[in-house]
Design a protein around this ligand. Structure first.
Ligand code: NAD
Ligand code: IPM
Ligand code: MN
Length: 354
């Protein structure tokens, strides 16, 4: 099993390093062989190659069975033109690998209930939401530009969706819902945006093919509010690229910390890209403070979705749970009386508990 490893910037290399420690433990325990090949992306690529997404990186990814990615971006590269920013490299790789669906599960570990910003009684038995975010369309990839006008400039970004793009991600969301609580909430801004009106029409039509799955349609402003008010009403949230970006960070906080949230980006084939939902966290980079669990859980998603190793994926998730049971916490999920550990120690503990 060939894994392309893209550490990226900021805390990226720190958290990816620990996901690899855990994958090595999986290999040892279950008798697998993972072959890791490193590739450059984002600021790390800019510094060496002058571009955020070098051709070699795409080649390495295309030759691999899965991609494990940390995060990209940072203040050093913030003033570059848009197409040269580290973030453009990330968007390029998602588009280049045709990874149109981004699965972002937001689940509360029972040990972390008190870390949620929700009151314990609002959390109840905990929440278990899956955001299915469309990842290769919308305002991220439509025409954009800047022009001088009298008195200043104008700048624009265009939100575009095609029937086909909405159909394929909608089918995926409904299929996944069948393996869960059979409820899809499609989130858009169809009261204002034409692209959202197409989104809503297509999702409703696709939904007719899944009579056993309940479909709800919700505007994004209301969805942002409902997520805080009553997160239990959600099972699968199917939404556009932009709204999915925002709502998944919001859902993350319900679970206690952005440092806990994994993601899987999938396309038609088996090749997937696995990365934490969080970014490069320049404020804590290089200090051995970052929580590696989001990336370790992303590696578990890789085992499940790209390698079909369900038992191994669960073993990783159980190891995370055991370490939390033992009272170990990185500082973002600290609670009174917890044993505070750094990035490396957290990774080793999880590997040891495999
Ligand atoms: P961020 O997610 O990097 O950080 C937001 C806050 O959460 C910070 O306070 C950070 O310290 C904290 N945090 C994030 N991950 C953590 C972890 N694993 N453990 C503990 N704390 C954690 O978002 P930002 O500050 O808005 O963006 C920083 C840079 O990251 C920007 O350049 C942005 O473009 C980039 N970014 C990249 C990705 C990605 O590569 N997928 C995602 C989001 C942001
Ligand atoms: C994410 C990030 C990216 C996005 C940025 C860095 C391009 O915020 O993965 O959530 O908006 O998709
Ligand atoms: Mn984001």
């Amino acid at each position: 099993m060939k894994i392309a490893v893209i550490p990226g910037d900021g805390i990226g290399p720190e958290v990816v390093g620990q996901a690899i420690v855990v994958l090595e433990a999986v290999a040892q325990k279950f008798g697998h062989r993972f072959e890791f090949q490193e590739a450059l992306l984002g600021g790390a690529a800019l510094d060496v190659k002058g571009v955020p997404l070098p051709d070699e990186t795409m080649e390495i990814c295309l030759k691999s069975d899965a991609v494990l990615l940390g995060a990209v971006g940072g203040p050093k590269w913030d003033n570059l033109p848009g197409h040269l920013r580290p973030e453009a490299g990330l968007l390029g790789i998602r588009k280049g690998l045709n990874l149109f669906a981004n699965l972002r599960p937001a689940k509360v570990f029972p040990q972390l209930k008190s870390n949620s910003t929700l009151k314990e009684e609002a959390l109840g038995e905990g929440i278990d939401i899956l955001v299915v975010r469309e990842l290769t369309g919308d305002i991220y990839f439509g025409e954009k530009g800047r022009a001088k006008i009298p008195g200043g400039e104008k700048a624009w970004d265009t939100a575009v969706y095609t029937t086909y793009e909405v159909e394929r991600v909608a089918h995926l969301a409904f299929r996944i819902a069948r393996g869960r609580r059979r409820k899809v909430t499609s989130v858009d801004k169809a009261n204002v945006l034409e692209s959202s009106r197409l989104w809503r029409e297509v999702v409703s039509k696709v939904g007719e093919q899944y009579n056993d799955v309940e479909l709800n349609l919700m505007y994004v402003d209301n969805a942002a509010m409902q997520l805080i008010k009553n997160p239990h009403q959600f099972d699968v949230i199917l939404t556009t690229n932009m709204f999915g970006d925002i709502l998944s960070d919001e859902a993350a906080m319900l679970t206690g910390s952005l440092g806990m949230l994994p993601s899987a980006s999938l396309g038609e084939g088996r090749l997937g890209l696995y990365e934490p939902v969080h970014g490069s966290a320049p404020d804590i980079a290089g200090q051995d403070k970052a929580n590696p669990i989001a990336t370790i859980l992303s590696a578990a998603m890789m085992l499940r979705y790209s390698f079909y190793l369900e038992e191994e994926a669960q073993a990783v998730e159980n190891a995370v749970s055991k370490v939390l049971d033992q009272g170990y916490r990185t500082s973002d999920i600290a609670t009174p009386g917890a044993k505070i550990v750094g990035t490396k120690e957290m990774g080793s503990l999880i590997a040891q508990n495999m």
